[in-house]
Write a protein that binds this ligand. Structure first.
Ligand SMILES: Nc1ncnc2c1ncn2[C@@H]1O[C@H](COP(=O)(O)OP(=O)(O)OP(=O)(O)O)[C@@H](O)[C@H]1O
Length: 721
């Protein structure tokens, strides 16, 4: 090749190289400007959140996205308000339509779902140390925006100026020691980002065109027009002020927002921090009905509530929390309001009868319940069929037969004599011969006829009708899940009805309870109710409520107790493996008579409220009978002690001594409990010498006392005569 030719080629090569470098430079600049935009907006989010540091929050910026080699999380906030996984979006023209988010015409929901998925995995990671699932939040911050507070699925979408308030308003949910534990785990989970990839200046050797033979024209290097790489279309508010950036919050505003959070009442530990075993049950998925059991005070209700919140958060549709006791759902709602304010409106609380009523109302089925007419129907039926018969003995009060009809026959949904003739009456010790059963059945028939003649229904009818209605017309996904607290209190038909709401759907039905606390007759098995929880059971075994001394005292009552468990076997109560708390021994006093007992009861109340940290509202006075409740109420009122009957208590803190029957106290707890109606013989009678009628009575009574005593957190006082 002639020398001139080779020089020209070299010039061409150099020019091509220069062009390639220039192109690469333009691209690199464009990329840099994109990063610049991102980091500028992220920095603004960081600045918006910065005041939180003064309130005990830790801001982890630019951490590794767990499970990804390259992706980063803009910011993780760990503090008293919980854990917030924050991603800043420099998006303009954003519209949110229900669970979708659009950027102009483009649906960018999936982008947020990646963040949701990360928060979900983080929740699982932190459950390992017991952090309750509801304390981890996915937050997308819209750069340069204000006054936005929306939800796209599980992701909270807020403006840059709203994010501080979002975190601060959560208040003090985690104690400093818990924040430290969560922080340590988060530092591991969201690892450090490694060194950035080195910048390479190596370019491939340019391939030059072959020289044209006749007259080689000079190579024209096209002018390089920078790509349209100015970055994403988004609006950042016009800079203001000397620094060129608008202040996100003036000091006063930030202080006010923070103060709001700091002043919020701290929540109890169990609302945010669980035992890891509890936290896992909350999130576990069961491919059908599940059962959570455990002895008194092991946190079953707590887990049930967290699970309800978790299911509401992660599923479409509503969750129902229900229980037998009419007043308990209100108390549970109050708890959930503080535990999971974000989902409380998607969880319904209703007693099991209220639930039946709603089902029937919606189906247009009329039910007429009239207490007086029901009582009259019973009295008339008893007079016609049972009075003077072989079941009318002084061994049984009418109540016994009323329970037999209401709980055993109607509770188990029996409608034919042959079903009852040889029915194993689980949990009822007194054996009934065929003759007695026949009379009981006739009594039932007569009672039923009396109800129909009067055009009224009783409460068991209401449940049976609702259950039948659900069978006739399965509900159109009314609830996504049903959580039943104190499930051992329900009759067979009640459980069938609740099962009818969700069937065997994954995570549909969660039964929470403790067979040891069964205080109603009418035992049955889950198989009879058409429910199987095989392989989907969990036992909780740390007692968080009682001191060791209280539990030991209460457990003596049920030492030899055997009960018919809903899973089919005759069971002994679950015993907690751990009872971490200790305290003073319970006091058992023998009184000279009823008047003496009332006097000492008032004195005891006055003593305990004189202790630091105990007020009237922390005291529960419990009785097995309504009469006992009336007497105690009267005595306390006379002494000027403020009282509230548990029938009227809805969980809103009130500084009055709570007085009520043990049945009404189910699921509740008090710092100090006074049990006011035992007779000494209840504790001393040996079961061996009793016939089966008395044995049955004794068993139910002792279980009820056990329930009463295990309501006590710190102090227990039992007075007998
Ligand atoms: N992980 C926990 N950390 C601290 N306290 C807890 C925890 N779990 C439960 N508790 C507390 O233990 C007490 C008992 O909890 P809970 O009422 O849920 O028990 P339970 O098993 O439903 O009791 P019961 O069957 O006797 O009604 C409550 O005061 C609750 O706040």
């Amino acid at each position: 090749m002639p020398a001139g030719d080779s020089a020209a080629l070299e010039a061409q090569r150099q020019l091509a190289l220069a062009a390639a470098h220039e192109k690469a430079a333009v691209e690199a600049r464009a990329t840099a400007s994109r990063y610049g935009v991102a980091s500028a907006t992220e920095q603004r989010t960081a600045r918006a959140l910065a005041p939180l540091a003064a309130a005990g929050h830790h801001l982890l910026a630019d951490r590794r996205w767990p499970g990804s080699r390259r992706a980063q999380v803009d910011m993780v906030v760990v503090g008293p308000g919980g854990v917030f996984v924050v991603d800043t979006k420099a998006w303009a023209d954003v519209t949110i339509d229900r669970d979708r988010i659009l950027r102009g015409q483009e649906d960018v929901t999936e982008d947020l779902m990646a963040l949701a998925d990360l928060a979900y995995r983080t929740e699982g990671e932190l459950a390992e140390i017991g952090l309750a699932p509801g304390e981890v939040h996915a937050v997308a911050v819209l750069a340069g925006r204000q006054g936005v507070d929306e939800r796209v699925g599980p992701v909270r979408v807020v403006g840059e100026r709203d994010v501080l308030g979002l975190v601060a308003r959560r208040g003090a949910r985690l104690a400093p020691a818990q924040v430290d534990r969560v922080l340590a785990r988060c530092l591991d989970w969201f690892g450090q980002v490694g060194a950035p990839a080195p910048v390479s200046t190596t370019l491939p050797e340019p391939v030059l065109p072959a020289p044209r033979v006749p007259d080689a024209a000079p190579v024209v290097v096209p002018a390089l027009v920078p790509d349209d790489a100015a970055g994403e279309p988004f609006e950042v508010p016009a800079p203001r002020g000397p620094a060129g950036v608008a202040p996100l919050h003036d000091d006063e505003e930030a202080r006010r927002t923070l103060l709001q959070g700091l002043l919020a009442a701290p929540v109890e530990e169990w609302m945010t921090f669980l035992h890891p075993a509890q936290a896992k049950v909350v999130r576990r998925s069961y491919n059908g009905p599940a059962r959570i059991r455990g002895a008194a005070g092991t946190g079953k209700t707590v887990v049930g509530l967290h699970r309800a919140a978790y299911l509401a958060r992660t599923r479409e549709g509503k969750v129902l929390v229900t229980t037998y006791i009419r007043t308990l759902p209100d108390v549970l709602r109050q708890m959930l309001t503080r535990l999971a304010p974000d989902v409380v409106d998607r969880v319904e609380f209703a007693g099991v009868h209220e639930t039946a009523k709603r089902i029937l109302d919606e189906a247009g089925v009329r039910v007429r319940i009239d207490g007086r007419q029901i009582a009259a129907a019973w009295t008339a039926a008893w007079g016609k069929v049972a009075g003077g018969s072989i079941i009318d003995t002084d061994r049984h009060e009418q109540d016994y037969w009323h329970e037999e009809v209401a709980s055993v026959i109607k509770g188990r949904g029996l409608t034919r004599w042959d079903q009852y003739a040889d029915l194993p009456r689980l949990g009822r010790r007194h054996r009934l011969g065929l003759q007695q059963r026949r009379v009981v059945w006739q009594l039932y028939e007569a009672y039923d006829a009396e109800l129909r003649d009067r055009g009224v229904h009783d409460f068991a009818d209401q449940i049976a009708l609702a259950e039948a209605e659900l069978r006739r017309r399965p509900p159109a996904e009314r609830y996504t899940a049903v959580v039943v607290d104190e499930a051992q209190d329900l009759t067979c038909v009640m459980l069938r009805m609740l099962h009818g709401l969700v069937g065997d759907a994954t995570d549909g039905l969660t039964l929470v309870g403790d067979g040891q606390q069964t205080i109603y007759p009418g035992g049955f098995t889950l198989a009879e109710a058409g429910i199987s929880v095989a392989g989907r059971g969990t036992v909780l075994d740390v007692n968080y409520r009682n001191t060791r001394e209280i539990l030991q005292f209460a457990s003596m009552l049920v030492r030899d107790d055997e009960f018919a468990d809903i899973e089919g076997a005759t069971a002994r109560g679950d015993r907690p493996a751990q009872v971490p708390r200790t305290g003073p021994k319970p006091l058992y006093v023998r009184c000279a008579g009823e008047a003496d007992r009332q006097r000492r009861m008032v004195q005891r109340v006055q003593e305990v409220v004189a202790e630091v940290g105990t007020s009237f509202g922390d005291v529960g006075v419990l009785s097995l009978s309504r009469r006992g409740v009336d007497d105690a109420t009267e005595a306390l009122r006379r002494a000027g002690v403020p009282v509230v009957n548990l029938e009227q208590y809805d969980g809103v803190p009130v500084n009055r001594v709570k007085v009520g029957t043990v049945k009404r106290a189910k699921g509740l707890e008090f710092k100090q409990v006074l049990v006011v109606d035992p007779y000494a013989s209840w504790f001393t009678d040996k079961p061996d010498g009793l016939d089966d009628v008395d044995r049955e009575r004794r068993e139910f009574r002792l279980r009820e006392l056990y329930v009463a005593m295990t309501r006590a957190r710190d102090g227990l006082w039992v007075a007998s005569i």
